[in-house]
Design a protein around this ligand. Structure first.
Ligand code: DX5
Ligand code: ZN
Length: 219
């Protein structure tokens, strides 16, 4: 397991000042951005699509980690790639029996391929992909909204995956990660920590991220 990396979930950022927000995050030393795409169908919330991903692409060279909370994700893989995604993660619940095929398509475009499940879905549903995906995202809230409480069911899933998955598989956790929950995530084996409100609710993003990193360290 490598040192954990924090990915700010820009869903909680100020979209009236995307340029300023990206500048602040870069100044804070962040290494990648997490972008939440919701379709009002797979999840009961609607956020943004390709144009906003493309806008972030113009504003930064940081890797863009795009989390697709959409039905039939295969319809839009190429468009998110063209918009500038570096990693594309699909929900197994939305992709079903096509999951493996879609992961292959994502990889064939040169993107990192991720698969994810909501808290109520057993970890067994992503085990078939530990050798096919580059990343498995374990949701620690129900996909759909920022600012929800962390569901500890994610920790057992991370531990299971860390035991059975090849060491190079990236394990990511998303939802309710904050100063109270971040260390449990890294102890359970998470490499990538998606954090929204615990960064953007603070005025100094750099200080918030530094404190999260200090707290995340496995002692
Ligand atoms: C939820 C999203 C998350 C969310 C995280 O569906 O996938 O990325 O924005 O926000 P916090 O950290 O506030 O739970
Ligand atoms: Zn997300």
């Amino acid at each position: 397991q490598q040192a954990p990396v924090i990915l700010p979930s820009v869903l909680s950022s100020d979209f009236s000042d995307m340029r300023g927000e990206v500048e602040k995050l870069e100044a804070a030393g962040v290494q990648a951005l997490h972008l939440d795409v919701m379709d009002g169908n797979f999840v009961p919330n609607l956020t943004y699509g390709m144009p906003i991903v493309a806008a972030f692409r113009k504003l930064t060279e940081l890797p863009l980690d795009v989390h697709l909370m959409i039905e039939n994700p295969e319809r839009y893989i190429r468009q998110f790639y063209e918009a500038g995604a570096d990693i594309i993660t699909i929900h197994e619940e939305a992709a079903g029996s096509d999951t493996g095929k879609i992961l292959e398509e994502i990889k064939s475009l040169g993107c990192g391929a991720g698969v994810t499940i909501n808290p109520d879905i057993p970890v067994e549903r992503v085990l078939p992909f530990v050798d096919k995906a580059d990343l498995i995202l374990i949701m620690s809230v129900n996909a759909g909204f920022g600012g929800q409480a962390f569901n500890p069911v994610a920790l057992e899933k991370l531990k299971t995956l860390r035991e059975v998955a090849p060491p190079e598989l990236l394990l990511e956790v998303d939802g309710g990660v904050n100063l109270e929950t971040v260390q449990a995530c890294t102890e359970a084996g998470a490499d990538l920590l998606v954090i929204g409100s615990a960064i953007f609710n603070q005025s100094d993003y750099g200080a918030a991220i530094d404190e999260l990193y200090r707290t995340a360290q496995v002692s």
